[in-house]
Ligand binder design. Structure first.
Ligand code: HXC
Length: 262
């Protein structure tokens, strides 16, 4: 029986592609703790599902997510945030999901919404999408990795400008600066393209796809020499996989590979 969720819709729009749509329309998909808890549990099950090879995370044409839930945060104290590890569970997205997550961003991606998109493995957006880290206007700072991931994406000077002023930036700028991999004129084009990309990824060997995600993400954590060495270890280890044999044999025989672990 299909599971029902309070703040999400979950579907499999293409073979091997799991799509999670944030759906809390009255609050522009503000990311409350119950929403994040649901999101983590759905992503966990997609991540371990044998039939899913790639995951799309999206919102509505109006909002990917307008931030963490300001009304939930307003009364928090240091002691309650600290002792309850407020926000910490958001990192489950990056630490426990081994399959690629593609963010499809239309409308607002602000504060925690921008950070949620930055946590994904790649971002596609509309040119008219609105990104930003406006926490400074609320008397606080990004709390879900924005100061680190946005800085790695756009460089220090631009990240400082964006985080210190809280100024929004467009999807067109996001693409130009390398925050987004691609920007599209309309929501429909965005969704068509993200589905195609996710389906392409899901058509490959899971072993290779998960290894590729792992090595690229290591580049964000490790010094270059360590990262290159890490990549080589993973590369060597893939000679122990059936799918490396299948892929290279198929190339030599001019056949389409039939992956063992798709
Ligand atoms: C709670 C929110 C919300 C949010 C919007 N809403 N954003 N509720 N938290 N982040 C609610 C509004 O209160 C309103 O509810 C309804 O959604 C519609 O929003 P409006 O403001 O009426 O819409 P509009 O005039 O179109 O303006 C859109 C907007 C604006 C520009 C996106 O809503 C806005 O500035 N939102 C806050 C953006 C922001 O500051 N995000 C960063 C949050 S801090 P009612 O009940 O009045 O209809 C953050 C920190 C992250 O994310 C740190 C760690 C995760």
């Amino acid at each position: 029986a299909p599971t029902t969720y309070s703040y999400l819709e979950v579907s499999e729009p293409r073979p091997g592609v799991g799509q999670v749509t944030l759906s809390r329309p009255k609050a522009l998909n503000a990311l409350s703790t119950p929403l994040i808890t649901e999101l983590n549990s759905v992503l966990q099950s997609l991540s371990t599902s044998p039939t899913i090879g790639a995951i799309i995370l999206t919102g509505s044409p109006k909002a990917f997510a307008a931030g963490a839930d300001i009304k939930e945060m307003a009364p928090l104290t240091f002691s309650s945030a600290y002792t309850n590890s407020f926000i910490e569970s958001w990192s489950d997205l990056t630490t426990t999901v081994k399959k690629p997550i593609l963010a499809a961003v239309s409308g607002y991606a602000l504060g925690g919404g921008c950070e949620l998109a930055l946590m994904c493995d790649l971002i596609y957006c509309t040119t008219g999408a609105t990104f930003g880290q406006p926490e400074i206007k609320l008397g606080t700072v990004p709390g879900a990795g924005g100061s680190q991931r946005l800085t790695r994406a756009v460089g220090k000077s631009k990240a400082m400008e964006l985080i210190l002023t809280g100024k929004f930036f467009s999807g067109e700028e996001a693409e130009k600066w390398g925050v987004a991999a691609r920007a599209f004129a309309t929501h429909e084009e965005l969704m068509a393209s993200v589905l195609d990309t996710a389906e392409t990824i899901a058509s490959y060997s899971k072993v290779a796809v998960m290894a590729a995600k792992e090595v690229v993400n290591k580049s964000q954590d490790l010094a270059l020499r360590d990262g290159v060495e890490y990549e080589r270890r993973v590369f060597h280890s893939l000679f122990g996989s059936e799918d490396q044999k299948i892929g290279m044999k198929a190339f030599a025989e001019k056949q389409k590979p039939e992956w063992k672990h798709k």
